[in-house]
Design a protein around this ligand. Structure first.
Ligand SMILES: *Cc1c(COP(=O)(O)O)cnc(C)c1O
Length: 432
């Protein structure tokens, strides 16, 4: 095994990291994580760091969970991968049944893929093809939200709305209608006005994560659902970030008793172990794709690693941990503690807003609290706070000027203290 300093040189020499300004990256010392235990990541020098963002929002029950490790080992003893095109396998079959049992009512079919962007892309294509095959060929448009993030493939970027990520790709994207969470009346009106050309409305339920943890006003989701039903427009919910307990329920849809027509899930599905995603559909949508092969109603979409057996085994074990450890039942105490501990951050001179829903939180830093004047991008304020917090043994990753806290659901109250104390100090040291 190469030494740490050799690895660092090789990283800078050969790699291109996602969502990373590489000039800045190469000017800094990369942190190399070698292993992990519970809620901690451990680097090549043996130094431990609390995983404050769940390894980019995916980890649920901590790292190196014996039950999930064992399930992956056991599956590996059988087979690592077989195709899902023309064949099937036990872990995917069992997982599909388990997902439908816990999913919002009405969802009846599971279409597997391997990442969140693709799960959304699949939902868009299903909605589009559904109307073509239901005799409403004009229903081709999508309505999505400003500041939305649904992934990075061209289709999911088309329904996205984060200018700094998406702007340059505008000429490549299909056009969409846009609304925002400040006015449910506007959203409902647009659904009405465009009902005959709208295939679906796409939303991140309850929390717009990548936008910087923007929390929807109460009732927004329910009103969206009602408008979709009344106007015969499909509702696609992207639970990629909010699913698997993040907001306190298994799915955010449950918070307002929403019954989507299509639901995208990924990130937490395997407990954060392996790449897996799924698009769940109602029986009504599924049935529009039935017919003789020569009718060409088939959904012609699939990926080489769809429903990877190791990932499905990890997902099943993760669902077992939810049950066995009563993970959702234990969350209210942790969420309340996080909320209460965050109040203290209002004391900081450059904290402009604190947004939280369940185990998702964002602390927005501003240059001037009274005028809410933002920091300029080039000041890299979020990035600098996160580099500072690292020296205190915590890993965070910001969204622009928003410091994101997204710990594993397995975090303890003591670890919440560690997370928040380190974050508080880092913000204070960098901004004051
Ligand atoms: C992360 C995310 C995605 C994209 O998932 P990937 O697996 O990174 O492709 C899509 N939608 C939401 C809401 C997300 O947070």
């Amino acid at each position: 095994m190469a030494t740490t300093s050799t690895l660092k040189k090789l990283d800078h020499r050969y790699l291109w990291h996602p969502f990373t300004p590489m000039t800045e990256w190469c000017a800094e010392d990369p942190l190399i994580i070698e292993r992990a235990e519970g809620n901690y990541l451990i680097d090549t020098d043996g130094k431990r760091y609390l995983d404050g963002i769940s390894s980019l929002w995916v980890n649920v029950h901590g790292h190196h969970r014996p039950e999930i490790d064992q399930a992956v080992h056991d599956q590996l003893d059988k087979v690592a991968h077989t195709t899902f095109l023309g064949l099937t396998h036990p872990p995917a079959i069992e997982l599909a049944k388990r997902l439908i049992e816990i999913a919002p009512q009405g969802l009846a079919r599971v279409f597997f893929s391997d990442n969140g962007s693709t799960a959304v892309e699949v939902a868009l294509k299903m909605a589009f093809q559904y109307w073509q095959q239901r005799g409403k060929p004009r229903k081709q448009k999508f309505l999505s939200l400003q500041e939305a993030y649904h992934g990075d493939t061209v289709g999911s970027v088309s329904v996205g709305g984060i200018e700094i990520f998406h702007q340059i790709f505008h000429p490549l994207l299909f056009s969409t209608l846009k609304a925002d969470i400040s006015s449910i009346e506007n959203l409902v009106q647009q659904i009405k006005d465009h009902a005959d050309e709208l295939a679906a409305v796409v939303v991140e339920p309850l929390v717009q994560g990548a936008a910087g943890m923007l929390v929807m006003p109460k009732g927004f989701l329910k009103a969206t659902e009602n408008a979709c039903r009344e106007n015969k427009v499909l509702l696609i919910v992207d639970e990629v970030a909010t699913g698997f307990g993040r907001t306190g329920k298994m799915f955010a849809c449950e918070q307002e008793q929403i019954q989507p027509d299509l639901m995208a899930i990924a990130k937490g599905i395997t407990g954060g172990y392996l790449p897996l995603a799924a698009t769940l559909a109602t029986e009504e949508i599924y049935s529009a794709f039935l017919g003789q092969p020569e009718e060409f109603k088939t959904f012609f979409h699939g990926h080489s690693y769809t429903a990877n057996p190791l990932a499905c085994a990890a997902a099943l074990a993760s669902l077992d941990v939810f049950k066995k450890e009563k993970v959702l039942e234990k969350l209210p105490a942790k969420m309340a503690y996080l909320q209460k501990s965050l109040e203290h951050f209002w004391n900081l001179e450059h904290v402009g807003d604190i947004r939280q829903k369940g185990m998702m939180a964002g602390i927005e830093l501003v240059r001037d609290k009274n005028t809410r004047q933002p920091y300029e991008y080039k000041e890299r304020i979020g990035h600098r706070v996160c580099m500072k917090v690292r020296s205190k043994g915590v890993i965070l990753r910001p969204l622009g000027n928003v410091v994101v806290l997204m710990p594993p659901l397995s975090i303890t109250l003591e670890e919440i203290d560690l997370l928040l104390n380190a974050t508080y100090e880092a913000i204070e040291e960098i901004t004051c």
